[in-house]
Each structure stands twice: as C-alpha cells, then as structure tokens.
Design a protein around this ligand. Structure first.
Ligand SMILES: Cc1cc2nc3c(=O)[nH]c(=O)nc-3n(C[C@H](O)[C@H](O)[C@H](O)COP(=O)(O)OP(=O)(O)OC[C@H]3O[C@@H](n4cnc5c(N)ncnc54)[C@H](O)[C@@H]3O)c2cc1C
Length: 384
C-alpha cells in the first residue's frame, strides 16, 4: 500500500542518490577493512534509514510493507553489508516489540531505535538449534521480578554493535516445543552477557556476527515482550514472515545490480571481433536473468501488498524468499560467467557479490525450510 506517492518518491530518490554517491563508492573500503566508515553510518541515520518501519508516533517513517520493499529495492543495489547494519533494527530486531510489545516497551525502546542510537539484534539461533528453532535450549527462569537467562546464541547479526537483543528463551522447561518459549528485550549492557569472537565469514564483509553468551543474566520481568510467557515462538515467526519479504526484496535489488554490471561488461568486452553481448549464448544468460528478476520482483511486491491488506502471507513470504534468493544465486553465477576470468578476480567486484549473496539462501530460514513451510501450508489448506 502506498500512502503518499510524492513523499515516497522523495524518499526513494534520496536513497537512490545515497546509494550512488555514498555507498557504492565505499564498497571496496568496506570489503577491505570489514568496517562501514563512521561517516557513512552517520549519514544512514540522518537519512532516517534506521526508522523506516517504526511508527511515526515513536519517531520513525512508518513505511507500509510495499513502501519498505520499494525502499529496499533501492538500498539493496549496494553491497548487502550496508543493508545488514540497518536490517536487524528495521526488521527482525525491532518488529517483535512492535507486534507484541506493551505500550511501555514500545515507548522505551522504539524511538531510540528509529534514531539509530540503539541497534537491535534478533537472537534465536543456538549452537544446537538452527532450522529446528523450536528446540532451543536457552532458559529464562523466573526469580522474583527478574528472569535469569542462561544459554548461548549463535551467528547473531550486528551483535557486536547491538544495544539490545530480542531474545527467544525457554521459560517453561517442561514444555520442550514452541509453547515453552518466550521473547524478551535484553539490553546489551546487562551483567552476565558476553560475546564470542567476531565470526570470519565467506562474504558480506562489514556486517558482523558473533556468539552471544548469557550466564546468570538477570533480565527485568517487565522486559518480557507483551508481558505474557509462552508467546515468544509465535512472535519470532511473525517477525520472520515479514523479514522474508524484506530479504526477498534485497535479493531482487542485488540481482538487478549484478545484471546491470554484467550487461555493461558484455557490451564493452570484445572477443572474435565483436562485443560478447552480440553472442546469443551470452544473451541467453542476460535474458534468463532479466526474466527471473522480473518474476521475483512481481512476487515480492504482491506478497507485500497482500500483507498490507491484512491477508495471511506465510506461504507467499516463503515463496518470495525462496524464489528470490535462489534466483539471486543463479544471477550471481551467470554474472561471474559473463565476466569470464575477470569475474574470478576481486578487483572487478563481481566475485564479491557472488560470495555475499550466498547467505540469502541460508538465513531467515534455509531454502529447504521455506519448502517445508510452503508444503505444510498447502497440505493444511487442502485438508481444510
Ligand atoms: C551470516 C549469518 C547471519 C545470521 N544472523 C542471524 C541472526 O541475526 N539471528 C539469528 O537468530 N540467527 C542468525 N543466523 C542463523 C541462521 O538463521 C541459521 O544459520 C539458519 O536458520 C540455518 O540453521 P543452521 O545453520 O543451524 O543449519 P541447520 O539447521 O543445521 O541446517 C543444515 C542443513 O540441513 C537442512 N535441513 C535442516 N532441517 C531440515 C529439514 N527438516 N528438512 C530438510 N532439510 C533440512 C538445512 O536446510 C541446511 O541445508 C545467521 C546465520 C548466518 C550464516
């Protein structure tokens, strides 16, 4: 749903200019140093990027899902690491509070998130539970007006920078499945939290993950999201449904960028006396990429509009995330192929994207988990 086309166009133009003038020129620096320069982060805050999804009453821009997708289709044209820095605050780190938090929780945390003062992370995965998230073992035991948290969370995006975590932990040890899980807001400075070493990753340099370890960490009971135990898994799944549409839009944007680069290169590079873009076998790679990107773009926008209309989107979000992330992998592979030997050399930049986009098929639910969600929903509907 687009609320005000003129205001939205202004925002999209600003993001597109920011990507062109500030992010793309800094891509190599980020890849080499594994850090996003401070002045770029400052400009991201000034542009309001951390507050895209936070309601206006808490200081954000309150974008609808369709508007958020359109913003990500612009922002995602730069290296995915830039998006990753705002991604958890705009998405999985903040949305649990927004969907299910109490009014006091929203007032306390959302305005600082929207301003970019507080980076939010989402802490679900553990060493022993990834795809099978409902089997998580981190515990939160009630003790007076606190919960005592013990456990380890793994691969947590932005954990080294985070000011707070949306944490999923088991409050009911007798209930081994989803029903025993609750969601908490945990401030990063709380005693009893420590961090593992920064993970060395295949790609997305500049975006950081690490373990987050909780040892007798006392979290105020008022930080239980929504004030009700046992609802944390449902909160996490709602957050991930939305997050999957967001990630799918990033996949489309990066794929569009890679296709642009491959097309430019193919028109410039000559072999056998003519630009390689004139060869039909190269054209096939360009055409297949364009068609698949278009299909993914349509899916993402449709899923976003359905969500804005209040319709259930579990199936559509999984379809969009699965198709867009797999499509993005295929486009990356073709782009490297079109660049030939240069595609394998880091100075041309395309191999960096090839590595960066591999992640999209793994996190926020692997492709196999999306298949399971889609099939489960189909069967449930068919059985009535
Ligand atoms: C860079 C990065 C950032 C991340 N950021 C976060 C974050 O911010 N917060 C967070 O909570 N988590 C985060 N994660 C974790 C991520 O969501 C998980 O890695 C992902 O969900 C997969 O879990 P796993 O790694 O344990 O793999 P596993 O669950 O062990 O899966 C291994 C393989 O088995 C397959 N598989 C598993 N179960 C089935 C099944 N039932 N049927 C068929 N195949 C199956 C999977 O598809 C996969 O191919 C991040 C991961 C990475 C790499």
């Amino acid at each position: 749903m687009i609320r005000d086309r003129e205001t939205l166009n202004l925002l999209l133009d600003n993001i597109a200019r920011f990507v062109r003038e500030r992010l793309i020129p800094n891509e190599e620096v980020v890849a080499e140093t594994d850090e996003i320069p401070d002045d770029v982060v400052r400009d991201m805050k000034a542009l309001g990027l951390f507050g895209l999804t936070v309601p206006e009453e808490y200081g954000g821009l309150q974008l609808t899902m369709e508007e958020e997708v359109l913003a990500m289709l612009e922002l995602g044209r730069a290296s995915p690491a830039f998006r990753s820095l705002i991604g958890t605050t705009v998405g999985i780190g903040s949305q649990g509070i927004l969907f299910d938090g109490t009014e006091a929780q929203k007032r306390k945390y959302l305005p600082r998130m929207a301003a970019g003062e507080l980076i939010a992370s989402f802490a679900l995965t553990e060493p022993g539970s990834g795809s099978d998230a409902a089997s998580l073992r981190t515990t939160a035991r009630r003790d007076g007006d606190h919960y005592v948290v013990n456990g380890t969370k793994r691969f947590i995006t932005n954990a080294p920078q985070a000011g707070l975590f949306t944490l999923m932990a088991r409050t009911d040890p007798a209930e081994k499945g989803a029903g025993g899980i609750s969601a908490f807001i945990v401030e990063a400075g709380t005693p009893g939290i420590s961090f593992g070493k920064r993970d060395k990753k295949m790609g997305q340099k500049g975006a950081h993950t690490c373990d987050v370890i909780f040892e007798d960490c006392r979290v105020p009971a008022e930080n239980l999201i929504g004030g009700v135990e046992g609802r944390g898994f449902k909160t996490a799944m709602k957050v991930l449904d939305k997050g999957r549409i967001h990630i799918a839009s990033i996949c489309v944007a990066v794929a569009e960028r890679m296709l642009d680069e491959a097309l430019r290169y193919a028109m410039d590079r000559k072999q056998f006396g003519q630009p390689i873009a004139e060869f039909q076998l190269v054209q096939a790679m360009l055409a297949d990429s364009k068609a698949e990107i278009y299909a993914a773009r349509c899916m993402v926008l449709d899923a976003a509009r359905r969500r804005d209309d209040g319709l259930p989107v579990s199936t559509e979000a999984s379809c969009a995330k699965m198709f867009a992330s797999e499509m993005c992998g295929r486009v990356a592979d073709r782009a490297v192929q079109i660049f030939g030997g240069a595609g394998y050399m880091s100075e041309y930049g395309i191999e960096r994207f090839y590595r960066d986009v591999r992640l999209f098929r793994i996190y926020e639910g692997t492709t196999q988990i999306q298949q399971i969600v889609i099939a489960r929903n189909l069967l449930r509907e068919a059985r009535g």
